[in-house]
Design a protein around this ligand. Structure first.
Ligand code: BT5
Length: 245
């Protein structure tokens, strides 16, 4: 892994957008962009990510020698990185920090961080670049969300983005090196140790229907394996997961 080059901005539309602009003009792997606030922070599927000063907004530029499907497993790597960095910041939270499939990090079941992977694949099917966008609710979290959300401040820990970013970059460097050398397996094992709801009944909400089963495993590609009431195993590659009942 090349060393990180960290560029800090007072304000950006979106750190993922800035990485996209830089990637398209040839920036090298290892560029990291930090913004104090975002005016158009984004979540998945067109959702907005509220981005006031005090929280962390960081995006990384990677150009891994990997297929687009392999690169998708970087979201699990990022969740582990976040869980470990949060545990360094607030050791008392330790076991309360879990990873929820596919890409959330929770404290006591409430979302504290979001991960947004975006990438460009060349017309020949080869991956050109990936940006890993990370938002962490350090100081503030929104109210009135459909799911429980929280912040580090709500747990009595005050930490600035400038102080937290180097920890994230260090943990990311470690895990990215392992991912490049050993593939997804060690990341998968670490993620499973912190998996929210593993072995428990779950509901998976798909665009057109719901699946009810037990979350029994994560497969080699990062898909969630749900055991259905009739014993069949269903592979889920996208969807929102909730505890059943
Ligand atoms: C995500 O979206 O979890 C990915 C968010 C990624 C944000 C980072 S910030 C740096 C980089 N630059 C960007 O423009 N984006 C990335 P999603 O899975 O759609 O989750 C959205 C849901 O998370 C909301 O509906 C809320 O329930 C919850 N949430 C928790 N904290 C939030 C916050 N600060 N803002 C908005 N929603 C939040």
């Amino acid at each position: 892994m090349t060393a990180w080059t960290l560029r800090a901005f007072d304000s950006l539309d979106s750190t993922n957008e800035e990485i996209r602009r830089q990637a398209e003009t040839g920036a090298a792997e290892g560029l990291a962009v930090l913004a104090k606030q975002q005016t158009a922070g984004r979540g998945r599927r067109g959702r907005a990510w509220e981005s006031p000063p005090g929280n962390l907004f960081l995006s990384l530029l990677l150009r891994p020698k990997a297929s687009p499907a392999q690169a998708a497993t970087l979201s699990f790597l990022t969740a582990i990185v976040l869980a470990e960095a949060l545990e360094l910041a607030a050791p008392q939270l330790g076991p309360a920090i879990t990873c929820k499939w596919p890409n959330d990090v929770l404290v006591n079941g409430a979302k504290i961080a979001g991960i947004l992977l975006e990438s460009r694949t060349a017309p020949d099917g080869k991956l050109d670049w990936v940006t890993v966008g990370i938002g962490v609710n350090l100081a503030w979290h929104p109210a009135d969300t459909p799911y429980a959300v929280t912040s580090l401040a709500a747990h009595g820990t005050s930490l600035s983005p400038q102080d937290f970013a180097p920890w994230l970059l260090a943990r990311f460097g470690y895990w990215y090196g392992r991912w490049q050398a050993e593939g997804f397996a060690p990341v998968r094992a670490a993620w499973l140790k912190r998996a929210q709801g593993l072995g428990l009944p779950a509901v998976v909400r798909l665009p057109d229907r719901e699946l009810h089963g037990v979350f029994v495993a994560l497969d080699e590609g990062g898909a969630l394996i749900l055991e259905m009431p009739d014993g069949r195993r269903q592979t889920v590659t996208a969807g929102d997961v909730f505890p059943a009942g």
